[in-house]
Design a protein around this ligand. Structure first.
Ligand code: CAA
Length: 283
């Protein structure tokens, strides 16, 4: 199936990044959110990113205008009526996702693929809210979306090979690398990343080293672009805790128990970069 029209649900950090890379690849994009202000903020971020590309000589001013021209605002899920694929990047809450996917199933064309950018919620369970579970799939982009090369593609229990193939081809058109995995808690990325971050927080909690030392050891010793505590701040400590809970519940194994220090920071409202304070302070 040839994809032309893409609808992205959620104009936050991930959703706006996904809309940007889709528009840059030539797709028509509807960027949906509940409020116009959220769309405006998303478009402002996209415009800033594209302007940097123009400044760096990677794009002309005309190309930037054309990319922005391919993105339109949507405040109603019914706008999915002409979508070939919908990529949902709303909040990580199963009830909300069920409600969105149920509506999308009613309003999107029969052929449309319904994808979720969820970082850890089961695709099979999201798909169960629809009458087309074979056309539901995970498309897990990494943050920051315009920079990161990976899209982890998650097959739900019922996802067909044809749907997988279409999404794989679309990902290649976005100049990203699709990597396939099955629907299991945390998929592959967060099953491996989050326990590492959680262990770094335990290491800090136990006073083994300072936060700077932990990050330096992983940055300089393992060539990670960011240390695990800096990365946790970047992802959001609430998100890290949420994903650890998904792993802990999903596997029932104590090796996934979230660090008490992580819980304490989340309770304090120290959620990382987005709130100005996590393991580090941000101005
Ligand atoms: N949006 C768009 N572009 C961005 C950006 C953003 N938010 N942040 C950085 N960039 C661009 C910069 O503009 C710069 O581009 P130029 O080549 O035009 O200069 C380029 O990325 C490099 O940025 P910097 O020089 O400022 O800084 P850096 O070299 O330290 O790179 C980084 C920044 C790419 C974020 C790098 O630190 C990195 O790769 N960090 C790790 C990111 C990571 O692990 N992401 C996955 C998180 S987990 C996840 O997303 C999934 C989940 O489910 C939790």
């Amino acid at each position: 199936m040839a994809i032309q029209n893409v609808m992205v649900i959620g104009a936050g950090q991930m959703g706006s990044g996904i809309a940007q890379v889709c528009a840059q690849a030539g797709f028509n994009v509807k960027l949906n959110d509940m409020k116009q202000e959220a769309f405006d903020r998303g478009i402002a971020t996209i415009t800033k990113n594209l302007s940097r590309n123009v400044e760096k000589g990677r794009m002309t001013e005309e190309e930037k205008t054309a990319v922005l021209g391919r993105i339109s605002s949507s405040l109603d899920l019914k706008d999915a009526h002409d979508a070939d694929i919908v990529i949902e990047a709303a909040v990580e809450n199963m009830e909300i996702k069920h409600s969105i996917f149920k509506t999308l199933d009613e309003v999107a064309p029969k052929h449309a693929i319904l994808a979720s950018n969820t970082s850890s919620l089961p695709i099979t369970e999201i798909a169960a809210a629809t009458n087309r579970p074979e056309q539901v799939i995970g498309m897990h982009f990494m943050n920051p979306v315009p920079v990161m090369k990976l899209v982890e593609i998650i097959r739900g229990l019922a996802t067909t090979d044809e749907v997988y193939k279409t999404v794989e081809e679309m990902t290649l058109k976005l100049s990203k690398t699709p990597v396939e995995c099955n629907d299991f808690p945390g998929f592959v990325s967060n099953r491996i990343l989050m326990p590492m971050i959680n262990e770094a927080i335990f290491t800090l909690q136990e006073g083994v080293a300072t936060k700077e030392a932990i990050d330096d050891i992983m940055r300089l010793g393992m060539n990670h672009p960011m240390g695990p505590l800096q990365l946790a701040d970047f992802i959001g400590l609430d998100t890290c805790l949420y994903i650890m809970e998904v792993l802990h519940d999903g596997f029932g194994d104590s090796k996934y128990r979230p660090s008490p220090l992580l819980r304490q920071y989340v309770k304090a409202g120290w959620l990382g970069k987005k709130t100005g304070r996590g393991f580090y302070e941000y101005s």
